[in-house]
Write a protein that binds this ligand. Structure first.
Ligand code: HMG
Length: 383
């Protein structure tokens, strides 16, 4: 039975900072950000677009096409949680009127968490054929103003429906996992920004890529030339490009060109949005599907990495007619119609976002009509 991705919804907030503006404000050569890091813009979430609101918006995009009677599982993956106890998924469930009898919870392991959700969802569908699972990854990447990590911030969400006979990607059997307890990136309780050992995190990402990719090829007996493309977790696009360079080492010209072209297409959305932690790998898959020219049966490799650290390599095949399930026009418009913030405006929004919300507060939103947003809270209860 084929199981995989049947729907993909994407949301990113309506504001961004241009990397040339940020470089100028930080006295850096813009080419360091544009070429050295590989980012053009970074999405900025104001306080009305928290992880929950963005997750609802990504899911609302395809909800009218879901058979709710079949839905049995809803998992919310995030490292931008809004509550230490209650799952973010419950707010999504209520907002979107999802059935009361589904199993639902939040899941965490840094950026790996949406892959964890995907694998749990796949096992769930395998055990419960005819049922489907909804999985959401939603995050705001925050390192701090004037930090080395600042240029790798971002905000957004991906929501996917996982079911049998999927319309977009059929997952293949097998996966190569690798984990170690290390301190490359972490966010202790009470800290609104991530702590990171940036250069070390870069090295570990590449070590984990080599380990899982080699193991996956050995396990499946596939060769690099069997892949039409490989999508990577993209904390910033240059990071994925470094792994891509390792993947194509020693390959024939045709394979190297195909994988290189498809890498660039997979990085298009990420260049405009920045790191969205849990959802970054899945935004790169969406970017390749919506900007590329894949054929039915093409095999795509997926490298998922979550600091701390846990990595997995797995693969899937593109399903015939997948284009009909995608909404590239909607996503391109969403990216194009954003407001360009001055660096000062971004700094104000960023600083506001670090504060805990007071017991009672009300917000207005400047998002488009029909967009879900956090309207405030009353007695610490979200509205
Ligand atoms: P940095 O120290 O400011 O940058 O921090 P750098 O000095 O390493 O330079 C970056 C690149 O720009 C270098 O290229 C320079 O040569 C180049 P590279 O050697 O890497 O190929 N460069 C230039 N290029 C063109 N023109 C110029 C120029 N100047 C320099 N004029 C760093 C960079 C990524 C470390 C920092 O931004 C950071 O700490 N970011 C956050 C951590 C991160 O994203 N790590 C990635 C791996 S960990 C991960 O993916 C997990 C994560 O998503 C979290 C999770 O799992 O939840 C982060």
């Amino acid at each position: 039975m084929d199981i995989g991705i049947d729907q993909i919804g994407f949301y990113t907030p309506n504001k961004f900072v241009d990397m040339v503006d940020l470089a100028n404000a930080r006295n850096q050569d813009p080419n360091k950000f544009l070429i050295g890091i590989g980012q053009d813009r970074m999405a900025v979430a104001d306080k009305t677009q928290d992880a929950v609101a963005m997750g609802i918006n990504a899911t609302a995009e395809y909800l009218d096409q879901v058979d709710l009677e079949q839905l049995g599982l809803l998992i919310f993956a995030t490292e931008s949680g809004i509550d230490q106890s209650k799952s973010a998924s419950l707010f999504v469930k209520e907002a979107l009127n999802l059935p009361a009898n589904i199993r639902t919870f939040e899941i965490k392991e840094a950026c790996f968490a949406l892959t964890a959700a995907l694998q749990v969802a796949r096992d769930y569908v395998r055990a419960h054929p005819h049922h489907s699972a909804m999985i959401i990854g939603s995050d705001i990447a925050r390192y701090g103003l004037n930090t080395a990590g600042e240029v790798t911030q971002g905000a957004g969400a991906i929501s996917m429906l996982i079911k049998e006979s999927p319309a977009i990607i059929a997952l293949e059997d097998g996966h190569a996992s690798y984990s170690e307890n290390i301190n490359d990136f972490w966010r202790p309780n009470g800290s609104p920004v991530a702590m990171v050992d940036g250069h070390y995190s870069r090295d570990v990402y590449l070590d984990f890529f080599k380990e899982t990719f080699k193991e996956y090829l050995a396990q499946t007996k596939l060769t690099v030339s069997d892949f039409a493309g490989i999508c990577y977790h993209l904390p910033y696009t240059k990071m994925g490009f470094k792994a891509h360079r390792i993947a194509i080492q020693g390959q024939d010209e045709e394979t190297a060109k195909r994988l290189s072209d498809n890498f660039q297409l997979s990085a298009k959305y990420s260049r405009q949005v920045g790191n969205i932690y849990t959802a970054s790998l899945y935004m790169s898959i969406l970017s390749l599907l919506e900007n590329g020219d894949l054929e039915a049966g093409d095999r795509i490799g997926f490298f998922s990495y979550g600091s701390g650290a846990m990595a997995e390599f797995f693969s899937g095949k593109v399903v015939d007619g997948y284009q009909r399930r995608l909404r590239p026009g909607l996503h391109k418009r969403m990216l194009q119609e954003r407001t360009r913030l001055g660096v000062g405006q971004y700094e104000d929004i960023f600083t506001e976002g670090l504060e805990n919300l007071p017991e009672n507060v009300e917000f207005e939103s400047d998002a488009n009509h029909g967009t879900w947003f956090l309207a405030g809270q009353e007695g610490y209860v979200r509205k």
